[in-house]
Design a protein around this ligand. Structure first.
Ligand code: ADP
Length: 624
């Protein structure tokens, strides 16, 4: 079976090469005809003078022979080997005869089949042509002489007339003139045959070069074609994923939002429990969509690292809060062992580092049934740069040695029988590794099957503020609660406009900030938004990206161009989470970016960040 496939490939390859060779042969014929014609014309004009009768007798028959050879090469099927050899036989014969009898430039004409064989076929074919030419030259020369069909050259060599032409060669001619066969051999056959053989050697190397470069060109062409096809397919896939992710994230937004209402407003414990289950599953679904999206972004080279100034304390704090919920669910112990002397502020892509660490921590929790998950951060720093050493350790199921090498492969999951109930796509580690690579780092794994694993990496970041972080536990750790309706602030005087073509999204948004008593205005299109702003100034605008007729970006430009609500913050609100979005929206003129599905806490933070302080009444420990 395998062999058949190989053979098929080989014959396909040969056909391909024959095809290319034939194409070049045709070109060669054409060029030869043109050069020959040009020489003929020059000769007739007296510019390129060849004294003898050559041209008229030689030109037309030769041209005819070239032309016939061209036609034959075009119509004879290349796959037929016998046919090819027969063709070469005829061509060689015709060229040798015409070479001997038609022109002084016999050598050039007779050599032509070699070139033909070189381009047209193979080395065996060249040897065949060479032997054939030598034999046919001998036969034709001696046969011609014997039957009295000699041309001018032969007459010259075999009669006394030659003496008049070659004075210096007197002594040789005297010797050989008595033996016309010998003189023909010495002056006619031998030089030609030697040239044939030499030319064959040249053609052989030419053949190797031509076929080698043809093959290279063919492979390069094929590679280029395959690359373009793959790139096109990949782009199509990315476009499809971007579109689908938007489509999928929009309804998840609605589910999560409405579900959040149930959690907030229902007083029945059972209902709240169901709602938590819905929340967990929706978040899981969202996570899968995000992983697929990230993976495709990385694959198509669209994943960008966007460095900003960030505080490591808040990065670790967020991670702690996020993972602690899962730790409590599984009754594990979480230890954040952070060196208090590490600098507190850096320049780098904190959101990607957070994503990497969250992935490692989530896995540690997922694949650990009892014991501890430990996150360790150490740092070695000079004045400007710091190398941060992150490590996530668990006392979980571990990974066997043979599987460690495969862990970065996409969709690779191990111990499926043991992990039947653990959800996952097998994309996470691949994404982690790729993200670290983009940031100039690499993930390392140590693991003992059945005992636990450690995942660690070093990452270099510029130091922005060298002040030591201090005791992380004391300073940062806040108790994360399962129920995260904890933002207590009111802004009854604040007016916020939200623009979205999806009515459920508008409803979700409004309900999510209901408790803050903010006055919410809704618009279902860019046009409606502009009309509303003309009559009703607001303090903050949330704009959806994808809307029919006028999208979010166009609407923002219209708001700015018409000087509506000058200076008020406009936030991009979108489910379209692909392609370095944040940067794109900020350069378009947005003040910030909030991705859908809306995480209630993020929405509260965003409002608190951008709403004028005097409009906000805070209670408790809310910080701006
Ligand atoms: P998944 O979505 O399945 O968790 P990942 O790419 O994150 O995919 O991980 C790939 C596989 O590596 C997992 O299915 C699991 O078998 C193994 N793995 C990852 N992290 C751990 C860990 N901390 N302990 C044990 N096995 C792990």
């Amino acid at each position: 079976m395998d062999k058949d496939i190989k053979n098929e490939n080989v014959s396909e390859y040969i056909e391909n090469q024959d095809y290319i060779a034939n194409k070049y042969t045709m070109k060669c014929f054409m060029v030869t005809m043109l050069v020959f014609t040009a020489i003929f014309i020059l000769n007739q004009l007296g510019i390129f003078i060849i004294r003898e009768k050559i041209m008229w007798e030689a030109f037309f028959p030769s041209l005819l022979i070239y032309f016939l050879a061209y036609i034959v090469a075009k119509i004879v099927p290349l796959s037929n080997k016998k046919m090819k050899y027969f063709l070469m036989f005829c061509i060689t014969l015709v060229f040798t005869i015409s070479g001997v009898f038609l022109t002084y430039h016999v050598v050039l004409l007779s050599l032509f089949p070699f070139l033909y064989a070189t381009l047209y076929s193979s080395k065996p074919m060249m040897r065949f042509v060479c032997i054939l030419t030598v034999i046919s030259t001998i036969i034709i020369v001696y046969g011609g002489y014997y039957f009295g069909l000699c041309d001018a050259n032969m007459i010259l060599l075999t009669t006394d007339v030659a003496k008049e032409y070659i004075a210096d060669g007197h002594f040789i001619l005297n010797e050989v003139n008595d033996n016309p066969y010998l003189s023909l051999m010495l002056f006619f056959v031998l030089p030609r045959c030697l040239i044939y053989i030499a030319f064959m050697a040249v053609c052989s190397s030419l053949f190797s070069i031509v076929s080698g470069s043809l093959e290279k060109a063919r492979l390069a062409g094929e590679l280029e074609k395959a690359k373009t096809e793959a790139e096109n397919a990949n782009r199509a896939k990315s476009r499809f994923l971007a579109k689908m992710s938007h489509e999928i994230r929009t309804p998840i937004n609605a589910v999560l939002g409405m579900n959040e209402m149930i959690i907030r407003e229902s007083n029945e414990e059972a209902i709240r429990e169901y709602a938590y289950d819905v929340k967990n599953s929706s978040e899981l679904l969202l996570n899968i969509v995000n992983e697929i999206l990230d993976s495709s972004k990385i694959e198509s080279g669209m994943m960008e690292i966007v460095p900003v100034n960030y505080k490591i304390g808040s990065l670790l704090n967020d991670l702690y809060n996020m993972i602690n919920i899962k730790i409590q669910d599984k009754k594990l112990k979480l230890v954040f062992d952070i060196d208090p002397s590490i600098p507190s502020e850096y320049y780098g892509d904190d959101s990607r580092i957070r994503q990497v660490l969250l992935n490692l921590l989530t896995n540690a929790v997922k694949y650990t049934d009892k014991g501890t998950v430990t996150m360790e951060v150490r740092c070695s720093a000079d004045n400007e740069n710091a190398v941060l050493h992150y490590s996530v350790k668990d006392t979980g199921i571990g990974i066997s040695e043979e599987n460690i090498g495969k862990i970065y492969d996409e969709f690779q999951r191990f111990d499926l029988s043991r992990n039947r109930s653990v959800e996952g796509t097998g994309l996470g580690m691949n994404i982690v590794q790729q993200l670290l690579k983009l940031m100039g780092s690499k993930l390392h794994i140590k693991s003992e099957y059945g005992k636990g694993s450690e995942f660690y990496f070093d990452i270099e970041q510029k130091i922005v503020n060298a002040e030591p972080l201090g005791d992380f536990r004391k300073k940062f750790i806040q108790s994360a609660q399962k129920d995260n309706i904890r933002t207590e602030y009111f802004a009854p005087k604040a007016k916020v406009l939200v623009v979205d073509d999806n009515a459920i999204n508008l409803k979700v948004f409004t309900r999510l900030i209901k408790k803050t008593r903010i006055q919410v205005y809704e618009a279902e299109s860019g046009k409606e938004c502009l009309e509303l702003l003309r009559s009703q100034p607001v303090d903050m605008i949330f704009l959806d990206h994808m809307m029919p007729e006028m999208d979010g970006i166009e609407t923002l430009h219209a708001i700015r161009d018409n000087k509506l609500c000058e200076g008020i913050p406009v936030i991009m609100l979108t489910a379209n989470a692909i392609v370095g979005d944040r940067e794109k929206y900020i350069t378009e003129g947005f003040d910030d970016f909030l991705s859908k599905p809306i995480i209630p806490d993020e929405l509260d933070k965003m409002i608190l960040k951008h709403l004028p302080e005097e409009l906000v009444i805070t209670e408790g420990n809310i910080k701006k």
